[in-house]
Design a protein around this ligand. Structure first.
Ligand SMILES: Nc1ncnc2c1ncn2[C@@H]1O[C@H](COP(=O)(O)OP(=O)(O)OP(=O)(O)O)[C@@H](O)[C@H]1O
Length: 407
């Protein structure tokens, strides 16, 4: 039984500006291609100037810890609550994606490094939350990654990250001497299980942490180059075209969010196939779009801001992934008890009568306790006083959820 708590929402977009590098300062001084307006607005200072607003705009002084508190911490809470969650780092090569997602992980221990990035911090927090739940003895949780490596603490996760980072193709470029030329997708499945009144509840969530390959000014020529130009033009992002399949998926998702009915080409690349749910479905998704303030990166920065602005319009539909099953006898006993309570409450409000099997599933309440409605064989009740209605509403939730788990 899926308890079907839904969270409809748009992608959350965060812009993060990295500091100018020493090399950039020595060539062009301190002039920049962007101006921070507020913690939600940024202006591209080219011609003509363009102002953009996002959920969060983090300037170069925002620490790894602060960014984690803004973006990572709520994500862990979402996952613990059973929502799939996904975080992408997007941006041109050398703009700070790996710094954001991984940061300084040398040495394998995160706790004391101020520069460790989002992923190690997320797992530190996740395991401390899990530890507390163990401690209270009600729930057991385990985490495993895509390779089915079982991990029991944040340090185990860091070891996996170090191994993954070493596997990543790294090639020096003019922009960034440790530039990564492949996507890094770190997926973690969080499952929890607990018992309540003879019923076993299962909750699970998928957490995707993605450090995309850096986008660069497109240099391809011929048919491929033309196609890429067309895609960039359609997306309105200008010249960043490295993540072609991802961009194509995003174009269609934006159109779908605007009411169009379109096929989304998730299967055109491994990345989009793997992240299908995070991109357009059951997930709460955050993009951290990393930008460089350097004048020499001005066009790429504008392109990333335009990309992020587009992505803001994608809607997801996250659902709590929860099932309840258990001992049928225990559940029947519980239903009997609840029926008795309903009968008792009916007596209190003047309805009277035994509760029949059908009654259990025909209670409905449209939301607010004051507008409580009863459509059973006993006829209609006028609205309950608030206190009783609340009680019945809770009862209703309980009866309805547990009885529907038989189906
Ligand atoms: N917020 C920041 N604060 C301090 N230094 C940063 C920040 N962001 C990036 N840097 C530095 O900038 C350089 C490039 O960053 P990083 O390697 O994370 O870029 P990237 O976007 O992952 O590049 P690529 O796509 O080519 O892999 C690194 O030396 C990194 O330490």
């Amino acid at each position: 039984m899926n308890l079907n708590h839904q969270a409809l929402g748009f992608w959350e977009i965060i812009i993060r500006t990295r500091p100018l590098s020493n090399a950039e300062i020595s060539v062009q001084g301190y002039s920049k291609c962007v101006r921070q307006e507020s913690c939600q607005a940024i202006t591209w200072t080219g011609h003509p100037e363009s102002r953009f607003t996002f959920d969060v705009v983090a300037d170069e002084n925002v620490s790894q810890e602060k960014l984690f508190k803004v973006a990572g911490l709520p994500m862990v809470e979402n996952c613990m609550g059973g929502y799939n969650s996904c975080m992408f780092a997007y941006g041109q090569t050398g703009s700070g994606k790996t710094h954001t997602m991984l940061g300084d992980i040398e040495g394998g221990t995160r706790r004391h490094s101020v520069n460790c990035g989002m992923t190690p911090r997320i797992f530190e927090h996740l395991f401390s939350r899990i530890q507390k739940m163990r401690e209270d003895g009600k729930k057991g949780v385990y985490v495993e990654n895509l390779k089915e490596v079982e991990v029991t603490n944040a340090r185990d996760v860091i070891q996996q990250l170090i191994q993954g980072a070493a596997n990543r193709k790294v090639a020096a470029t003019n922009m960034n001497h440790a530039s990564s030329r492949s996507h890094s997708v770190f997926t973690c499945i969080i499952e929890s299980q607990w018992e309540s009144q003879g019923v076993t509840h299962f909750r699970f969530a998928r957490l995707n942490l993605v450090d995309l390959a850096g986008s660069e000014r497109q240099k391809s020529s011929g048919a491929e180059g033309e196609h890429l130009k067309e895609v960039s033009f359609n997306l309105g992002v200008g010249i960043l075209t490295n993540n072609l399949e991802l961009l194509l998926v995003i174009i269609n998702l934006v159109s779908i969010s605007n009411g169009k009915s379109l096929h989304v080409p998730y299967r055109d690349s491994k990345l989009t196939f793997l992240l299908q749910d995070s991109l357009g479905g059951n997930s709460k998704t955050i993009i951290i779009a990393n930008i460089s303030p350097s004048i020499s990166c001005s066009l790429e920065t504008l392109s990333t801001l335009k990309f992020a602005q587009r992505a803001k319009f994608i809607k997801n539909n996250a659902i709590v992934n929860e099932d309840a099953s258990g001992d049928v006898i225990a559940m029947r006993i519980q239903i009997q008890q609840l029926k008795k309570e309903v009968s008792h409450l009916r007596g209190l409000v003047g309805g009277g009568g035994e509760v029949q099997d059908n009654d259990v599933s025909i209670i409905s309440f449209p939301g607010s306790p004051g507008s409580f409605k009863w459509e059973g064989a006993q006829g209609s009740f006028s609205p309950f006083p608030l206190a009783s209605a609340k009680k019945i509403s809770q009862l209703h939730n309980s009866v309805f959820d547990k009885s529907s788990s038989f189906t």
